[in-house]
Design a protein around this ligand. Structure first.
Ligand SMILES: C[S@@+](CC[C@H](N)C(=O)[O-])C[C@H]1O[C@@H](n2cnc3c(N)ncnc32)[C@H](O)[C@@H]1O
Length: 527
């Protein structure tokens, strides 16, 4: 089924699969000396081999599906005269029938001459339904990962190189990865940061064949394999065979390989607290998501008096704290922190706890600035990733919430070879939520808890740019085969020290760490 907003713009590039000859259809053979005969029953049943140099063929009726007086004539073939049965006519003109006879493409099979169709005229069939040769993805990176083959087929059938593809449910990024591989542009999104991180790593570590293009640009199309298709029409009209393009078989430039081109990872910059979202509690009652989180954090919260981004107030004899809850499917932004602090101050509260599932890169910096400027105390609190998933069986707040743990980095500035100063960043440790003990612990960076880390050498405070990236390839990618070169196996160990780089215009770096559970945390440092 094809859906299209505008039918006129739909593209269809047929794909072909090798057709295996079915002896029930390809009933005859032609031997190299030109003799033709039926397959023997032993040959048909596979008991004895068909001679390897023989050409398989079948015969096709030369009677037309609809009647036309003009196509009723006597046709002389091999000394006999043939006429179509009453009420029927030939498929084509006498001259064309004679042309087919001259080309040895006719044979009497039954009562009448029929067209000889060789299996090797075009031993392929158009890929239609169903696709029984596809299976689930192997070596999965993501539990619901789609296999590449069906995505590749859909993409090749409906788009050309350079076209733009959108997959709104990215997952492990199979669509983006396949699009990248086949020279299509792509956009993708997901509500899960785990999915986005897997997709990011997959794309950044992908190595692809370099396809030859038609005129040097990807959008001109790939130089694909073309196969002659011999058809009755071409033969009868004495034309060259039709050239069929195999869009899934581009010619490969063996002297080059490709990696993923530049791409951006963006988050919804503006906060949306999603206070409209309901959550079904254990008692079966539908409660407001923000209320549920606030109550889990502090039993004594009051929702009365809350306003703006202060969602609740926890008050005891000793303290008065304003609570602000981040979005369920996004990050706590600098703006949310700022607005929550302003709203708290307006309510006369000078301690603000921001509870979030994920935090934007610069929140540590924003917290320090606001604390200094507004004379407030701010706590950034991570909500445990599976808090709502567990049906809220665990209700001690210390098991559900932990202070935001930023990656521990060391920045060294030293004199480089020339006059320019060089910066080197070392990743020392990462805070990881411990599921058993239900606490956030710092682990040294070499303890196997880091899946990847990224360095923005000149962070502009808004958009994190992956200038250097480091992966822990638990499974080593087969770069050796792709690059056709020896690859130092140390390269696959997680490097904890960056390459030296000059300080940029913002004099500020950012490090984003993704832990093995897919959670990311980012720290920003001024140089
Ligand atoms: C079946 S998976 C996609 C798998 C993907 N094709 C792959 O190869 O990995 C569906 C994805 O959609 C995401 N998702 C669910 N609801 C979504 C929404 N409303 N917007 C965007 N993504 C969503 C899920 O987080 C999940 O990663």
């Amino acid at each position: 089924v094809w859906y299209a907003k505008n039918k006129e713009l739909v593209k269809y590039r047929g794909l072909y699969v090798k057709a295996s000859p079915n002896p029930a259809i390809w009933r005859f053979i032609e031997l190299p000396d030109g003799t033709r005969r039926k397959l023997t029953s032993e040959e048909r049943d596979g008991e004895i081999n068909i001679p390897s140099e023989a050409r398989l063929y079948t015969t096709v009726s030369q009677l037309a599906p609809s009647y036309s007086e003009a196509s009723v004539y006597e046709f002389k073939f091999e000394g006999e005269a043939y006429r179509p049965p009453a009420g029927q006519c030939w498929l084509t003109t006498k001259e064309k029938m004679e042309e087919l006879a001259r080309k040895r493409r006719l044979q009497v099979d039954g009562e009448l001459p029929r067209y000889i169709l060789y299996y090797d005229d075009f031993p392929y069939s158009k890929l239609t339904n169903p696709w029984l040769d596809t299976a689930g993805a192997s070596d999965k990176l993501y539990v619901v990962q789609t296999s590449e083959k069906p995505i590749m087929r859909c993409l090749l059938m409906t788009t050309d190189p350079g076209d733009l593809i959108f997959d709104p449910t990215c997952g492990s990024g199979t669509t983006a990865y396949v699009a990248e591989k086949w020279g299509r542009r792509w956009m993708t999104c997901d509500t899960s940061r785990v999915a986005i991180n897997i997709a990011r790593k997959r794309l950044l570590s992908g190595v692809f064949d370099h396809y030859k293009t038609l005129n040097g640009t990807v959008s001109s199309g790939f130089d694909c394999k073309k196969i002659d298709r011999i058809s009755i029409k071409n033969l009868a009209n004495d034309l060259e065979p039709q050239k069929v393009t195999f869009f899934d078989q581009p010619n490969v430039d063996k002297t080059a390989i490709r990696v993923t081109g530049p791409f951006e990872v963006m988050t919804l910059g503006r906060y949306s607290p999603e206070d409209w979202k309901g959550y079904l509690t254990e008692s079966g009652k539908l409660e407001n998501y923000i209320t549920v989180i606030c109550r889990l954090y502090r039993k004594d919260v009051s929702l009365q008096g809350a306003s703006g981004l202060v969602h609740a107030i926890a008050e005891s004899e000793k303290e008065k704290i304003a609570l602000s809850v981040g979005p369920l499917t996004g990050r706590v932004t600098a703006r949310q922190i700022n607005d929550a602090v302003q709203d708290a101050l307006a309510l006369g509260v000078s301690e603000v706890h921001i509870l979030g599932w994920a935090f934007e890169a610069n929140v540590g910096e924003v917290k320090s600035q606001l604390e200094a400027r507004e004379k407030v105390k701010i706590e950034l609190i991570m909500i445990r990733p599976d808090t709502l998933a567990e049906g809220l069986k665990v209700t001690q707040p210390e098991m559900l919430f932990s202070p935001l743990a930023l990656p521990d980095i060391e920045v060294k500035i030293k004199n480089g070879n020339g006059k320019e100063k060089e910066v080197v960043v070392t990743l020392k440790g990462v805070g990881v939520f411990d599921r058993k003990r239900r606490t956030t612990n710092y682990y040294p960076a070499d303890k196997g808890y880091i899946a990847a880390w990224y360095l923005d050498e000149d962070y502009d405070g808004d958009c994190f740019v992956d200038c250097q990236m480091f992966f822990d390839f638990k499974k080593k990618p087969n770069l050796k085969a792709a690059l056709k070169a020896e690859v130092d196996s140390d390269e696959f160990e997680l490097q904890l020290q960056s390459q030296p780089f000059p300080a940029g215009i913002y004099k500020r770096i950012a490090v984003k760490v993704v832990d093995v559970y897919g959670n990311e945390s980012t720290v920003v440092k001024n140089l």
